[in-house]
Design a protein around this ligand. Structure first.
Ligand SMILES: [Zn+2]
Length: 145
């Protein structure tokens, strides 16, 4: 996870992850490429998404963005964080005091990256394509501000 990544895109990743969990029970993405212009997230899943599901997913992410939730951080001891979250994607240098990033009461996730202060700053979320190959669902997306 790069610390210089785009805050809006990266905040969209948090919201997309929580929406994927709620809609499809995928868990958070196991791999992500977050760039200023376009990003992609990979999830473990069992099938492709239908067009209707893709639109519902996009709508739900935009609904969270538009509700302008505050993005905050809190800190907890690694021991406590391990009980509540997967620390798999955190780098070693995250240390013993783990930063948890919350998106209103919608999402909470350990993270060292930069984020928007409010979800409304993210802009409009657009899914470019969704592909499925050997148990991996890849979602490509863009933001328009
Ligand atoms: Zn983050």
């Amino acid at each position: 996870m790069k610390e210089n990544m785009d805050p809006g895109m990266h905040t969209a990743e948090h919201i997309l992850n929580q929406t994927m969990i709620r809609m499809f029970r995928t868990g958070r993405c196991f791999s992500a490429h977050i760039e200023k212009k376009k990003s992609k997230c990979d999830y473990r899943f069992t099938r492709p998404l239908e067009e209707k599901e893709i639109r519902q997913l996009e709508d739900k992410v935009n609904e969270v963005i538009r509700s302008d939730l505050p993005v905050n951080e809190m800190f907890m001891a690694r021991e406590e964080a391990e009980k509540r979250f997967s620390l798999e994607r955190l780098p070693e240098e995250a240390g013993d005091r783990i930063r948890i990033v919350t998106v209103g009461d919608y999402d909470a996730c350990p993270c060292i990256g930069p984020h928007a202060r409010f979800t409304n700053e993210v802009g409009k979320f657009r899914i470019g394509s969704v592909s499925f190959d050997e148990g991996v669902l890849r979602i490509r997306f863009k933001l328009s501000r």
